[in-house]
Ligand binder design. Structure first.
Ligand SMILES: Cc1cc2nc3c(=O)[nH]c(=O)nc-3n(C[C@H](O)[C@H](O)[C@H](O)COP(=O)(O)OP(=O)(O)OC[C@H]3O[C@@H](n4cnc5c(N)ncnc54)[C@H](O)[C@@H]3O)c2cc1C
Length: 434
């Protein structure tokens, strides 16, 4: 086993001198976004370590779990750039068509890849498979991973102008590590974000997402369905082996009842919500649930801190945008660091490039504001619009969906959101090198 291997790798077991070790960058959180950032940064030659609370092999890993994720074309390009995409080939299902409908009403919309002139609107990939591929790549690139290790504190005051320190707890002791830049990639309840005093807004939607894989009578034909019902939206995503992934949003107070149903009861109720577009639902796998909220950090950066992924914004999965947005956070941070390094290599002392320089962080932060604001407004607006019980709003909604289906411009806007190709796009998301 190499020293950089993550498998059952406890930093204390190797008795390495981690105390007061200096890094250019410490990425706190090795979930889908943090692990991707570590790979994006590899070509820059910075001293980077990834700190993750869970071992990859840990069944309770919160990021690499049983969910399936709809990736945009922009995310595909990022995964191609870090050589993760080829490792996912056998588990990828392209989405050729998106079908949006409103139960019991006449409004619906369709978006096709063919109409848009692209190979696929997006791709569905199981999270655990993305995790496996990312960890394989981290190993292959010999990126330093410190796991299982929990970031427990970040010094609120930057004592030295050049570094910030964090405290990391392993099974045996607490270590103090220094870096020029600390990246908060530790999810919606980020310890790093909170420790440095970046506030956040938390809006509880009073809903949970229940997810499961299922088998249907008819083949999905690469169509992703989103159906709005008076009790909340349901989505059906196409998967490999002719299976589908179900995402059912239910009110929090109904969650125990839904999770308590046996398979037949669950399928019968789901069928009622979704209808018969895929024939009968025949079989369902294990169910999992996730509380839904909008959690939004007040800032994307602070002194020697960058905030990315769910630590910056956790969204309702209604529009499938959370990971796509998080990967663009990471791609943007990698790009501003690459540019700073490029500018710096022309300077008097190229070895002194400061990854946590406030100019770099300001550029990152300003760049992310627009994309984040737009996607949050789109996603939150969708949740609120379809939660409205009022008749007039229902009418507008129906008209809106009908108009939407007929209005190419509106469809283009949504399609651009789906493919992640609007606004100021980072190079990796466009398929260009860093
Ligand atoms: C039901 C559901 C469906 C979704 N579907 C889609 C979709 O189709 N498309 C899409 O784009 N997005 C989707 N999302 C959103 C997507 O899953 C998230 O945006 C994404 O997983 C965020 O990744 P992350 O790495 O930022 O955060 P996380 O996945 O939360 O990872 C954070 C990591 O940090 C680690 N960590 C936490 N605290 C510490 C600490 N103190 N020290 C060390 N490590 C720590 C954790 O162990 C974890 O590995 C969905 C979400 C849900 C709930």
């Amino acid at each position: 086993m190499t020293p950089n291997s993550h498998f059952d790798f406890d930093i204390t077991a190797h008795n390495k001198p981690y105390v007061d070790t200096n890094y250019d960058l410490l990425i706190c959180g090795g979930g889908l976004v943090g692990a991707s950032l570590a790979l994006m940064l590899k070509p820059l030659g910075l001293r980077v370590a990834l700190i993750e609370a869970h071992l990859f092999s840990d069944k309770s890993h919160p990021s690499f779990d049983e969910r399936t994720t709809a990736l945009s074309n922009s995310s595909r390009r990022i995964f191609e750039a870090i050589n993760v995409w080829p490792l996912l080939q056998s588990q990828i299902t392209p989405i050729k068509r998106i079908h949006v409908s409103d139960q019991g009403r006449f409004g619906f919309a369709r978006l096709t890849a063919e109409e848009q002139g692209i190979a696929a609107m997006g791709y569905v990939v199981p999270n655990w498979q993305m995790g496996t591929a990312l960890w394989q790549r981290l190993q292959a690139e010999q990126i330093e991973v410190i796991a299982p290790a929990k970031v427990i504190q970040v010094n609120a005051i930057v004592h030295s102008q050049a570094h910030r320190s964090i405290q990391v707890e392993t099974s045996t002791r607490t270590h103090s590590l220094n870096a020029r830049l600390i990246v908060a990639a530790d999810g919606a309840h980020s310890v790093v974000r909170d420790a440095v005093g970046i506030g956040h807004r938390h809006v509880d939607y009073g809903q949970v997402a229940v997810i499961a894989n299922a088998l249907t009578q008819k083949f999905h034909n690469h169509v992703a369905y989103e159906r709005f019902t008076p009790r909340g939206p349901v989505a059906v995503l196409p998967l490999t082996d002719a299976r589908v992934g179900l995402i059912w949003t239910v009110a929090t107070q109904r969650a125990d009842e839904v999770l308590g149903w046996n398979d037949n009861e669950f399928l019968a109720h789901f069928q009622q919500e979704f209808g018969f577009r895929l024939g009968r639902f025949l079989k369902v796998g294990e169910r999992h649930h996730y509380p839904l909220a909008l959690i939004r950090a007040d800032a994307h950066s602070a002194e020697r801190i960058a905030v990315i992924g769910n630590a910056a914004q956790m969204l309702h999965p209604i529009a499938g945008q959370g990971l796509n947005l998080g990967l663009r956070d990471a791609a943007t941070l990698a790009e501003v660091l690459a540019d700073a390094l490029r500018n710096h290599s022309n300077s008097v002392n190229p070895n002194t490039m400061d990854a946590g320089d406030h100019v770099v962080l300001r550029r990152y932060s300003e760049w992310r504001q627009q994309d984040s604001k737009r996607i949050i407004a789109f996603t939150d607006g969708l949740v609120r619009m379809f939660n409205q019980p009022l008749g007039l709003i229902k009418l507008i909604r129906d008209m809106g969906l009908l108009a939407f289906d007929m209005l190419p411009l509106a469809k283009d806007a949504l399609s651009q959101l789906s493919v992640g190709a609007a606004g100021h796009i980072p190079r990796l998301s466009r398929g260009a090198p860093l």
